[in-house]
Ligand binder design. Structure first.
Ligand code: KIV
Length: 276
């Protein structure tokens, strides 16, 4: 086991922590917000040091870490566990935890109790709930206990069976109503997933809270992506909206092949790796 890696130079770890009011101020000042996902200490620490505004412990963990075909099987206990791991790596970014399928749909009371667990046991600073009009009572209950909520409308992956797949959502009247319901319920930010760019721009212009787009174009107040996608660590799905910034999957494959070769050839360990 090697020591924890040194943080990259330019680390923003000493900067003032990002807060919920900072998200609202960013909207007011036209400052775009950068959000990425992490599910463990190592990745959260790297993202935080590189300067993301928020780390989202997404229920996408069910696909890119657990290998599921969707996120529906992820449990609250698993989200608490992954949030706790990520929290240990975050110094500056806002830590947001996803409420998984069936952890908030039953009742506003259920949502409040489970959001409380993500904060108390996982150290989340905010939670994210999918859904608009239908979810508004749950959002209101959670916000009423001073737990900040990020909303999520458009393509909501927990509704994959009703939607018939991971599809772009285009119903303007429904999306407008959902966005307004989330804002009125007290959310501090709203994820717009797979919404046509012009519609996302329109929603963004009508809202006081920042919109965070994923597949919703450049008119949003910020962007979120799954880190495994931008680093080339997960390529079973390649959505059009993902930009790949590195091919870490290839780098890992090359490194591991080199290790196997060295071990089999007897060239690792070398003298410098031995204790005398
Ligand atoms: O689960 C997740 O990672 C998400 C984001 C990609 C918005 O919900």
């Amino acid at each position: 086991m090697t020591a924890t890696p040194a943080l990259p130079s330019g680390s923003s770890n000493n900067a003032r922590p990002v807060t919920v009011p900072d998200f609202l101020a960013a909207k007011a000042h036209g400052k775009r917000l950068a959000v990425l996902t992490a599910y463990d200490y190592t990745m959260a620490r790297l993202l935080d040091a590189a300067g993301v505004d928020a780390v989202l412990v997404g229920d996408s963990v069910g696909m890119v870490v657990q290998g599921g075909t969707n996120c529906l099987a992820v449990t609250l206990e698993e989200m608490i566990y992954h949030t706790r791991l990520a929290a240990r790596g975050v110094r500056r970014a806002l830590l947001i935890s996803d409420m998984p399928f069936m952890s908030f749909q039953v009742s506003a009371q259920q949502a409040l109790e489970n959001a409380g667990r993500l904060v108390k046991e996982g150290s989340a600073q905010a939670v994210k709930l999918e859904g608009g009009v239908r979810t508004a009572p749950a959002i209101e209950a959670v916000v009423g206990a001073d737990i900040p909520v990020m909303g999520h409308i458009g393509l909501t992956p927990q509704s994959v069976h009703r939607l018939g797949g991971f599809r772009v959502q285009r119903d303007e009247a429904e999306l407008m109503e959902d966005a307004q319901a989330v804002e009125q319920a007290g959310a501090f930010a709203l994820v717009l997933e797979c919404v046509p760019a012009e519609l996302a721009r329109k929603i963004t212009s009508l809202m006081r809270i920042p919109t965070i787009g994923i597949g919703a174009g450049a008119g949003c107040d910020g962007q979120v992506l799954v880190t495994h996608d931008i680093l080339g660590l997960f390529d079973e799905l390649r959505p059009k909206f993902v930009k790949r910034y590195a091919d870490v999957g290839q780098a890992i494959a090359k490194a591991v092949a080199g290790y196997c070769q060295d071990v089999r050839a007897g060239t690792f360990p070398a003298a410098e790796h031995e204790f005398r």
